[in-house]
Design a protein. Structure first.
Ligand code: UD1
Length: 339
């Protein structure tokens, strides 16, 4: 089975390529290297013993996308990670986000629609729920108005796929709504490589721990949660990667009931910002320098997944604890700084 992984050199993409290759899938990666490095291929090769095929390609170039699919007419499916993901930047540059995240999605779906049968997995986000009325969040919770162009691209992306599937029975698709991915591969050969100042909590913590950042700002401690800080569902990236393989297997086996389905991918457990800091301090043996500051606009109070649907239908469950995920993130941070 031959699978195209777009954005396959990125954080979640590279971990998914490893799990796909471990399960015997043949992988072709497309990446434009805008937020990744070709060195990631070496990490994937060292872990799996197999170098995936790689093509540097900007998916906004429609003619090149069409040419790619002509040259790889034997593809069985696509896992589509390639997208821009910085919430703040999306507010500054909405058209860039709509082009990168939605234009490219349309081009890929146009090509897949021509095939006799194709599987498609989309990287969606728990951001589509906004502040959900009920916790844990189930897949049938209403989608709330997006807080940013980035969030909007995930909502509209899901609608584009759903609308396409309705009129394209040959297309089998799943959107995975990720909660908060973190961590690195246990071999410490691949991990997260944020460019510039990290916006996400865990890389900011590990960079502070290693001395690149002076201190972490904790955005608000007056939220209606147990300790006043926001609660999220932090999932080990390897567990998240494995969910993609299970979703793909479901589509390929024809086990899906409808040709478009949606699954939450989280641990089901909520952790506050202070609990994440405590986890870092436990696994690193270091005190973290942090300070409580004002709330960050747009943050929801609390979000964690009801994972029953993925557990029962995909037969997938996250395995790692927060401390295990944190340990891998910390080891990766230390290793990437000493290289
Ligand atoms: C964010 C996006 C989400 C996107 C995801 C991609 C927002 C509102 N949401 O999720 O749409 O899918 O990134 O990775 O931007 N925190 C601090 N200090 C920091 C950084 C974060 O206290 O320096 C806190 C935040 O307030 C939040 C938690 O840590 O409570 C997690 O933040 P983050 O890692 O940015 O993820 P999300 O905001 O959940």
């Amino acid at each position: 089975m031959k699978i195209l992984v777009t954005g396959g050199l990125g954080f979640i993409g590279s971990h998914t390529v490893v799990e796909l290759q471990n399960e015997g899938f043949e992988v072709v990666i497309i990446d434009d290297l805008s937020n990744s490095s070709e060195n990631v291929l070496d990490g994937i090769t060292a872990i799996t013993g197999k170098k995936p095929v790689f093509e540097k390609l900007d998916l906004r170039e429609k003619a090149k996308v069409q040419d790619f699919f002509k040259r790889h007419s034997d593809l069985d499916g696509v896992i589509h990670f390639a997208a821009s993901k910085a919430v703040g930047e999306s507010v500054e540059k909405p058209l860039l986000y709509y082009e990168n995240n939605l234009g490219t999605l349309v081009y890929i779906l146009q090509e897949l629609s021509k095939k006799e049968r194709a599987s498609f997995i989309f990287s969606s986000s728990c951001t589509v729920y906004g502040q959900a009325d009920k916790l844990p969040i189930t897949e049938d919770a209403p989608v709330k108005k997006a807080e940013s162009p980035y969030g909007n691209t995930k909502q509209i992306g899901e609608e584009i796929i759903s609308d396409t599937c309705k009129v394209t029975p040959s297309l089998q698709a799943i959107s995975l709504r990720y909660f908060n991915p973190m961590g690195a591969h246990p071999t410490v050969k691949i991990g997260e490589l944020p460019i510039g100042v990290p916006q996400n909590l865990v890389p900011f913590i590990t960079q502070t721990g290693v001395g690149i950042r002076e201190k972490l700002s904790v955005f608000g401690d007056d939220y209606p949660t147990d300790d006043g800080t926001c609660v999220r569902d932090y999932i080990h990236v390897v567990d998240l990667a494995k969910a993609h393989v299970e979703a793909l297997k479901r589509l390929m086996a024809g086990d899906n009931e409808k040709n478009y389905e949606v699954f939450n991918v989280g641990t089901g457990k909520g952790s506050s910002v202070l609990e994440v800091i405590e986890s870092f301090e436990r696994v690193s043996g270091k005190k973290l320098n942090y300070q409580i500051v004002d709330r960050r606009p747009g943050d929801v109070v609390s979000a964690y997944a009801d994972t029953a649907k993925a557990n029962t239908i995909l037969g997938w469950k996250s395995q790692s604890t927060l401390d295990e995920a944190m340990k891998s993130a910390w080891e990766w941070e230390q290793k990437s700084r000493t290289n």
